[in-house]
Design a protein around this ligand. Structure first.
Ligand code: PMT
Length: 406
């Protein structure tokens, strides 16, 4: 599986003669496993039909900013948050100018402004327009804001001119997008992550557990692997496909997760505890199915599970960077800070699970990454984008720490 597998990518096509190449880009991204949604500017529809893009992407296309039906389905803010990456291809001189101004007067520019995901632009225009000082100064502004510019190519143009301004071929654009997900920030590092719930048996058919889907931990595993780390993912039972290039250690109970973690975590560069570990387990699991005794309540004695992350933080071969999660429903930051200190962690990710958008099982999250003297708010985005932000912040911390100690 490649780096684009299951990525949510918005291909935004603006109105230029190269719009037809947007269709090939959608096809190539789909072929690499991405989930693609297409935005067509009004101008783009003069060059290519929504029906073509709908057939290629397998999703309805989006065009209007203020459209009742579209807003009732996936509204523009939802669409912006859905994306792991937005690519504007082709990006005309006009779109580039409007992006530079921060305009939000159509769907394409609004989504580019509202998305927390990275934005890339593949420019396409006449060579004279490309060379114009206005265009170059607009591009400089976009680059300054972290927008990736892919291309353009040079050569013969549709208008007969020769020079730079041709849209890069779709396979080259797809490759550049794929590289966006490969930051190499954790090259040569070893990362151990726990994810998902634990399942504590009461008898052979009943158990205690929680609603963790594993999505946050799996997104972190993927982000770390994309950044070049060797990743071990110790996971409770979930129904997610294992991320590629990650060593997966499946476990069921908290005791199994504890044992696997104590085995894998020593001397790791980073440990991340994203699992929702059951604090308690039944004192003993009945070997046979417990029978209902008519009219009688049943008391199950629960005993405490070991605190896995706190145990790892006390190891003599403690991982360099320890990161925990705190799923809280009230006083989120205060409780998270308390847990960070109590468990001996470098960072804690405070997660408000009272909000349906950011709770167990949701595809999105909004978190605070809290360190000893720092706090970063990562606003609502897909768990993949949140994971990439966390990885980027902690990788820089790790690099700074190793520079200080060397
Ligand atoms: O899996 P998803 O559906 O994507 O949801 C993500 C999540 C909400 C599960 C995740 O983001 C999250 O917040 N995980 C931690 C949930 C939790 O149970 O927190 P806690 O406050 O009980 O534990 C704090 C920290 O100690 C966590 O890092 C936890 O992994 C760790 N812990 C807790 C208990 C225990 N016995 N051992 C531990 O290692």
């Amino acid at each position: 599986m490649g780096l684009l597998h299951q990525r949510h990518i918005i291909v935004a096509i603006s109105g230029g003669i190269a719009a037809y190449k947007g269709a090939e880009l959608v096809r190539l991204l789909k072929k690499q496993g991405a989930v693609v949604r297409v935005i067509l500017s009004r101008g783009a529809k003069e060059f290519i039909t929504p029906l073509t893009l709908q057939a290629l992407s397998g999703e309805p296309t989006h065009s209007e900013l203020l459209d009742e039906t579209a807003e009732a389905g996936m509204g523009h803010i939802e669409l912006a948050r859905w994306a792991d990456l937005v690519v504007i291809a082709p990006g005309t001189a006009d779109v580039i100018a409007r992006l530079a101004q921060g305009r939000a007067d159509d769907l394409l520019t609004t989504v580019a402004l509202a998305t927390p995901a990275p934005v890339a632009v593949a420019p396409a225009m006449n060579q004279q327009m490309w060379a114009h000082e206005a265009t170059q100064s607009n591009l400089e502004q976009l680059v300054g804001r972290g927008i990736q510019i892919i291309g353009p190519d040079a050569g013969e143009q549709a208008c007969g001119d020769v020079g730079p301004g041709r849209l890069l071929e779709p396979d080259a654009i797809a490759n550049a997008l794929s590289e966006q997900f490969e930051s190499r920030l954790l090259d040569g590092k070893r990362v151990v992550i726990t994810a998902g719930p634990t399942v504590e048996a009461i008898d052979p058919v009943r158990y205690l557990s929680n609603h963790s889907s594993g999505k946050m931990g799996y997104a972190l595993a993927r982000a770390c692997a994309d950044a070049g780390a060797a990743v071990t993912l110790i996971t409770g039972p979930v129904s997610l496909a294992p991320p590629s290039r990650v060593t997966v250690v499946p476990v069921t109970s908290a005791i199994e997760m504890h044992d696997a973690t104590v085995h894998c975590a020593p001397n790791a560069d980073i440990f991340i505890g994203a699992a929702a570990v059951s604090d308690y387990r039944p004192e003993s699991a009945a070997p046979e199915k417990l029978k209902k005794a008519e009219g009688q309540d049943r008391v199950i004695t629960l005993v405490q599970n070991p605190d896995i992350i706190a145990t790892v933080a006390k190891l003599s071969q403690r991982p360099t960077l320890m990161i925990g999660f705190a799923a809280e429903t009230n006083d989120v930051i205060a409780h998270a800070r308390e847990k960070r200190a109590k468990k001996g962690l470098d960072y804690i990710v405070a997660n408000d699970v009272s909000d349906p958008d950011t709770t167990f099982g949701s595809d999105q999250n909004a978190v605070h990454l809290i360190g000893e003297d720092e706090a970063h708010y990562l606003p609502l985005a897909t768990k993949q984008v949140i994971a990439e932000r966390i990885v980027s912040l902690v990788a820089h911390h790790l690099a700074a720490t190793s520079q200080t100690s060397s």
